[in-house]
Write a protein that binds this ligand. Structure first.
Ligand SMILES: *[C@@H]1O[C@H](CO)[C@@H](O)[C@H](O)[C@H]1NC(C)=O
Ligand SMILES: *[C@@H]1O[C@H](CO)[C@@H](O)[C@H](O)[C@H]1NC(C)=O
Ligand SMILES: *[C@@H]1O[C@H](CO)[C@@H](O)[C@H](O)[C@H]1NC(C)=O
Length: 789
């Protein structure tokens, strides 16, 4: 892997070289890539209808409500290819004409795109559409398997965007619709608002919201079990123009904002506006990349204790970066809560006549604390609700909505990083593995129609598989998960697909099943298939090893039969062999000795081995092995074996076509009792024979001595600064000792040790971001303190 491209100035120096090296050893290659045709997908699409952009899960009534362009469907949640009911909601001719008259495209923009679907109660839903740049809402009933559009149209302004290409978000809390969208045709008035008799909105000031792209909002019931008597909060996720950076071009930053549910606005200041709107940056530090990442989607992993809930956020690198990266970071609700309740604020400072910089505010903060909800302390001092808040508090909030510090991800590291792919949506499922431990599995949609299924085991990133959900590369625009059905649902412009969270049958052998490290799957020792285990299963009946990837309990797959091939002198011969894991590498053996493709005799290719200009010396037993590392262990597995024998020219007419043609004719149909049937044993779990271990031990010992001597010499010479050395040691991730001593599980007598060296590479994590706040590079500065100006 090459390094992410940094501003030239950043590339200097030892420190960043380290960061870069750590980053480049990250292995986030999906272990399997499953193409469209091999996925057992259920698909829904209807001729003439497109833009399937909105999904409301109704597990209670067994349907998936789907909003598309001018249509809403109720699909069977177990099989979405079955539409149970449908309603059509088209724009009127008048609306379409008005829209076209204002300069919009009649067939692209001047249509009704369903963008909002909410459940009101058991039978009634609320629906909004863009309605030809004139948003409107209505009620839908689903009774007796029939969908009905009530025809009680309401104003949709502030609930749904005008522009179908614009993102927005909304949520219903206690019957009130909270939304984050734009309020006008031009899109110049973005706002977070509550649409009810208790109407409130944000200020139309650029430092409250600066060309935001609203992505997500949700409620955290923070009043539950709260000794401080705090209020429930609505969190809003969006990206917007940065005000806190000095950069030669526009930068976009990721934000989390929040408002209090019981907010009623101010009396004089902030009348009918939020008195509790505070926002902060979301950090997702991908080592080596200095520009902030931009959030694309959010998933709330709810816990019955709100303090333990987590937000999972998908990010992509800043537009215009030389290389594309995507990442997922997780944030704890309690960290976010602490930042807003106790963090410092940013304040604008005018420098050089008209230029404004935002820096940390160190002055006195009014009481009650600006932006806080009405809690026990406030009530004790006689404040019943936000209308009683003093002007001083409100004026401060109006001028300082941004927190100084940013929200840091859990463990300070991303959960996942992937290069060259753009993440668009994500969902997370919580599943209990065989050992009773709970794992969070990420399903991440990309902008080219794939889903990445990934986990993070104690800091080790692992993409189990990458599945192609759409034949044509198109962005996944909506992603939902249902624990009840065990399915993931994805929508795009062309259709909706449904895929199971796991398809364990895809793993054909015990080794493949266990090394997949898929928490939904385990190898059944009784039936010899990879299956989703019953919850009552005894550990002893199944093999699963998620964090360790330890397949040593896999049974002996037994000997495999070598296929017979004819060797024709002077010909080129192809022996097919395809790996079933992208994390494995292939190795070929001739007569159980490792083949080294040197001298132009052999060529090892993705689909097999080529032997050029065969001679009599090339006859023999060829075995193709997959070599895979998991958590510091090495697994060798024989995939196929060929017995290549010299053509006698009598009973086989192969090879007479001569020239450069590839010969590789399978003679399996020949009588199989002949002497050519060779059984190759392929035990995958046997420890290396003692002699091998001793040899390895000696080499390791000698190497260690060499390293220590070198280190001492360098320290003595002062090439390595001592403090930095100890600092880095300090930061080392705790976790399984996978880095240090790869345990070798080999299957042959002559285990190849050349693979050992690169085993630990995959485990390496990002080095912690070393360029924290205040890191100064040419033209890029994050100002920390007023005193710096
Ligand atoms: C559901 O909500 C609608 C609209 O608010 C209301 O008219 C209806 O009575 C409610 N139905 C039930 C079963 O609560
Ligand atoms: C709707 O789908 C069409 C393709 O059928 C696509 O060209 C267009 O960009 C989509 N519109 C939106 C708002 O996504
Ligand atoms: C093939 O190998 C033979 C010897 O085994 C050699 O004489 C001949 O030149 C080789 N042919 C080519 C095309 O390399």
């Amino acid at each position: 892997m090459s390094c992410p491209v940094l501003p030239p100035a950043v590339l200097r120096g030892f420190l960043l070289a380290c960061v870069c090296a750590a980053h480049c050893t990250l292995d986030c290659t999906p272990r399997k890539r499953v193409p469209y045709d091999r996925n057992h997908l259920k698909v829904f699409r209807e001729e003439g209808v497109s833009n399937y952009s909105t999904i409301l899960m109704r597990e209670d009534v067994g349907v998936l409500m789907l909003g598309a362009r001018e249509a809403v469907y109720a699909l069977d949640i177990n099989n979405i290819s079955v539409a149970k009911a449908k309603i059509i909601w088209q724009v009127t001719q008048t609306k379409q004409n008005e829209c076209t008259f204002k300069g919009k495209h009649p067939d692209i923009e001047c249509r009704n795109y369903i963008r909002t679907l909410h459940q009101i109660n058991e039978s009634v839903m609320y629906v909004c559409g863009t309605n030809a740049f004139s948003p409107a809402c209505d009620y839908i009933t689903y009774v007796g398997g029939r969908l009905t559009l009530e025809g009680r149209q309401e104003e949709g302004k502030g609930k749904c965007p005008f522009d179908p290409f614009q993102r927005s978000s909304s949520i219903v809390v206690d019957g009130d619709l909270y939304s984050a969208t734009v309020l006008n045709f031009l899109g110049s008035e973005p706002a977070v608002l509550r649409n009810s008799v208790k109407f409130l909105r944000t200020e139309f000031t650029s430092f409250w919201l600066d060309e935001p792209n609203f992505v997500y909002m949700d409620l955290i019931p923070e009043s539950e079990n709260n000794p401080e008597g705090d209020d429930d909060k609505i969190y809003i996720f969006f990206s917007e123009n940065a005000i806190e950076y000095d950069f030669y071009r526009r930068l976009v930053v990721s934000r989390i904002a929040r408002v209090c549910k019981s907010d009623r606005g101010g009396q004089r200041t902030l009348q009918r506006k939020w008195t509790s709107f505070l926002k902060a940056s979301l950090d997702c530090p991908v080592s080596g990349d200095i520009l902030p990442y931009v959030l694309q989607d959010v998933f709330l992993v709810r816990d019955s204790d709100w303090r333990k809930s987590l937000f999972y956020v998908a990010f992509t690198s800043q537009l215009g970066s030389n290389e594309v990266f995507s990442a997922v970071c997780a944030y704890s609700v309690i960290d976010i809560n602490k930042l807003f309740s106790h963090g410092k604020y940013k304040t604008p400072v005018t420098v050089e006549a008209s230029h404004v910089k935002w820096v940390m505010y160190n002055g006195d903060v009014p009481v009650p604390r600006p932006g806080s909800c009405i809690n026990n302390a406030a009530r004790a001092s006689g404040l019943r609700n936000s209308l009683d808040l003093p002007d001083k508090t409100l004026e401060f909030l109006r001028d300082h909505p941004l927190m100084d510090d940013s929200v840091k991800p859990l463990t300070g590291q991303p959960q996942l990083v992937r290069k060259g792919v753009l993440f668009s949506r994500l969902v997370v499922d919580r599943t209990t593995a065989l050992d009773g431990e709970t794992h969070l599995v990420m399903f991440i949609g990309t902008d080219n129609g794939f889903v990445q299924k990934a986990v993070n085991y104690n800091g080790e990133m692992h993409i189990i598989e990458e599945l192609q959900l759409f034949r044509n590369p198109e962005p996944i625009g909506v992603l939902r998960v249902s624990a009840r059905t065990g399915q993931v649902y994805a929508g795009s412009v062309s259709g909706v697909v449904q895929m199971p969270m796991a398809d364990c049958r895809r793993y054909s052998s015990c080794l493949d099943c266990v090394l997949a490290r898929d928490p939904y799957c385990a190898w059944d020792l009784g039936t010899h298939i990879c299956s989703s285990f019953p919850t009552s299963a005894k550990d002893t009946d199944f093999v699963q090893s998620l964090k360790e990837g330890d397949a040593s309990r896999c049974p002996d797959p037994g000997p495999i039969k070598a296929k017979k091939r004819i060797l024709a002198l002077g010909n080129n011969i192809r022996l097919p062999c395809v790996l079933d894991s992208s994390l494995a590498r292939v190795q070929w053996l001739l007569a159980m000795k490792l083949l080294t493709p040197t001298g132009g005799k052999y060529s090892v290719q993705a689909d097999g081995l080529l032997i050029y200009n065969a001679s009599a010396a090339d006859a023999g037993l060829y075995t193709c092995e997959s070599v895979e590392h998991a958590a510091g262990r090495q697994y060798n597995r024989t995939l196929v074996a060929y017995q290549l024998r010299l053509s006698t020219g009598v009973d086989d007419n192969v090879g007479t076509d001569g020239g450069d043609s590839w010969i590789g004719m399978d003679t399996e149909s020949a009588p199989s009792d002949g002497p050519d049937v060779v059984h190759v044993s392929s035990p995958a779990w046997r420890h290396i024979p003692q002699s091998g271990l001793v040899a390895l031990g000696v080499s390791v010992a000698m190497l260690s001595v060499l390293v220590v001597v070198l280190l001492l010499w360098n320290l003595y010479k002062g090439y390595l600064p001592l403090h930095r050395f100890s600092q880095q040691n300090h930061r080392k991730q705790p976790g399984p000792a996978v880095h240090s001593r790869p345990v070798l599980y080999a299957l042959r007598r002559h285990a190849t040790f050349d693979g050992v060296g690169d085993a630990p590479a995959r485990q390496t994590l990002h080095a912690p971001s070393t360029y924290g706040n205040g890191f100064n590079t040419d033209g890029f500065k994050h100002i920390i303190d007023e005193s710096e100006i």
